[in-house]
Write a new protein. Structure first.
Length: 281
């Protein structure tokens, strides 16, 4: 695996691969890799001749007061893990390589970006779309891999790719969970042992919601209230949002029917965690 710091170097190496007729899979990440990221890399490995991944904590997707400065970083460990997952080229640019001083162009979207995480983190998806577009322009992948953990992000990227005629297949992979149900996230590293225990209420409340729906409950309001009640039993949990929406439009629904996304964001202590389930009812 080659570790590359500059856009020009990466472009040159990948151009050489393309000229040999190789297909290219790409996994963009912010590093501090966990099994969720590795599942994306391993799938990219299976489906492509060449695999590129990036590690870049993207400043433009963090709002003021968010955790850009403290976001967990461990490049030596990430390099080992990416290599073991079969990555060929690991792109690890510095912020001024990705955003030179005079960078004033951004990619934005209406509607899908204003709800759920977009409502609590204004500007977040503009930062995500901008950096993903830049990475796509540098890497020029055939396929790019994203996790369902950030369900809204994947939906937005799929729509962006369609709207802007980017010739890239977006592949979505299921959430990878710890044995006790906690969705894997680099931000789990912020949790103390007792917060880690409290955080289990998030996945538990979603899996209880899934059970109620399987048993026939179809009132979104009722399910939301049940999730709210369950999460509120944890003293250090504070709910940012609980939403039940159409999985394609992200519009709130009253009856649970068709493709449905149940998405939550909850602060455990100071750590904001997200989780979701997707259902076809
Ligand atoms: O999901 C992430 O880690 C980031 O939002 C992404 C897609 C790498 C863009 O910075």
């Amino acid at each position: 695996m080659e570790v590359i710091k500059t856009k020009n170097e990466l472009r040159k190496l990948l151009e050489r691969e393309r000229q040999k007729g190789k297909s290219l899979g790409f996994v963009p990440t912010m590093g501090f890799l966990h099994k969720g990221h590795l599942s994306l890399m391993e799938r990219a490995r299976r489906e492509n001749d060449v695999v590129a991944a990036s590690i870049f904590v993207n400043p433009t997707q963090f709002g003021p007061g968010e955790d850009y400065g403290t976001y967990p970083r461990d490049l030596p460990r990430d390099i080992r893990l990416a290599r073991s997952a079969g990555v060929d080229y690991l792109f690890v640019p510095e912020a001024d390589e990705m955003y030179p001083d005079n960078s004033i162009t951004f990619v934005d979207m209406e509607g899908l970006t204003d709800v759920l995480c977009g409502a609590s983190r204004p500007g977040h998806f503009r930062g995500v779309m901008t950096v993903v577009t830049k990475l796509f322009n540098i890497v020029k992948p055939d396929r790019a891999y994203f996790g369902q953990k950030d369900a809204q992000q994947v939906l937005i990227i799929k729509k962006m790719v369609k709207d802007l005629d980017m010739d890239i297949d977006i592949v979505e992979m299921p959430i990878v969970r710890e044995e006790d149900g906690l969705a894997m996230s680099s931000r789990n590293s912020y949790l103390t042992a007792s917060e880690r225990k409290s955080a289990l209420v998030i996945s538990r409340s979603l899996s209880d919601a899934r059970d109620s729906i399987k048993e026939g409950e179809n009132r979104a309001g009722f399910i939301k209230e049940a999730i709210r009640r369950e999460i509120s039993t944890e003293q250090n949990a504070s709910i940012d949002y609980i939403e039940i929406v159409d999985a394609e439009t992200l519009k709130p629904i009253e009856r649970i029917k068709g493709g449905v996304l149940i998405a939550v964001a909850v602060r455990i202590g100071k750590t904001r965690l997200i989780d979701n389930i997707k259902l076809e009812v």
